[in-house]
Design a protein. Structure first.
Length: 263
């Protein structure tokens, strides 16, 4: 079951107690599927990977629901048989990883799951920021099943909402650099988010960065034209007019400045 226990790097931390891994199972779904036990990477077959992934995403669930998610094209009996085989393999090869009864199955609450930590960070925003911040890594990269795609979309939405809140809070508290950074994170997640662009541009204007603001608007228009076949909205036109006005005022002030003293 243990893959490469003698491979370079797998057990190198054992001689340094300050770097001892946490005890127990640790399941990673971002960006790729990986399971470790006491820091040692385990080899798990794809069928059992899928079972653990769906339980990590949906939590403890009725057996028929899990079977339907994992084998949607199979008849009920076949799907239930496949689930029983998967549960059997996991419970025997990964003791203590599952909680199982006649009607439901779930991952042990003692197992650590990176997706659960990510959700806690995203849902725990209290207006004061959090440490550590949410990650931007993709979930189960390369998996295209419906239940994975739904969670990927939900995670993207939650991350976008989180950074929107951070950007708006920074702007309210005159932390313009923080607002620009947070808004940029939103735009990396959703390149066509006009609200995030407005926050970024407003903060850039407050910092005297009107040229950067114009560049941000131009980049947004190029993306909108490529993705939607249109360069923006009336609200974007008004935002650009505001930036152009600030740019003209800035350039006028620069031209009107006294020449430096020359010897």
């Amino acid at each position: 079951m243990v893959q490469g226990t003698g491979a370079k790097g797998e057990l190198s931390v054992m001689g340094d107690t300050s770097k001892m891994p946490q005890a127990g199972y640790s399941l990673h779904l971002m960006p790729l599927w990986e399971l470790r036990d006491n820091g040692i990477r385990l080899h798990v077959c794809l069928r059992e990977q899928r079972l653990l992934a769906v339980l990590a995403i949906h939590g403890p669930s009725k057996r028929d629901r899990v079977a339907g998610l994992l084998w949607p094209e199979s008849c009920d009996r076949s799907a239930q048989d496949n689930l029983r085989v998967s549960i059997h393999h996991v419970t025997h090869s990964l003791p203590g990883m599952l909680t199982v009864d006649r009607h439901s199955v779930g991952i042990s609450p003692t197992a650590r799951v990176d997706l659960h930590r990510e959700r806690a960070a995203l849902e725990g925003f209290d207006g004061q920021g959090r440490t550590p911040r949410p990650r931007n890594e993709p979930l189960l990269m390369g998996w295209y099943e419906d239940w994975v795609l739904e969670e990927q979309a939900g995670l993207l939405q939650a991350r976008t909402a989180y950074w929107h809140q951070v950007a708006a809070r920074c702007l309210r508290h005159d932390d313009c650099r923080g607002a620009v950074e947070a808004a940029a994170r939103v735009l990396r997640l959703d390149m066509l988010d006009e609200a995030a662009l407005e926050i970024m541009v407003t903060a850039q204007l407050a910092l005297g960065q009107s040229i950067s603001a114009m560049g941000a608007i131009a980049a947004f228009r190029r993306t909108a034209r490529h993705e939607l076949g249109m360069s923006g909205s009336p609200a974007l036109d008004r935002l650009e007019a505001r930036v152009r006005g600030a740019t003209i005022v800035s350039l006028a002030g620069f031209r009107g400045a006294p020449e430096p003293f020359r010897i």
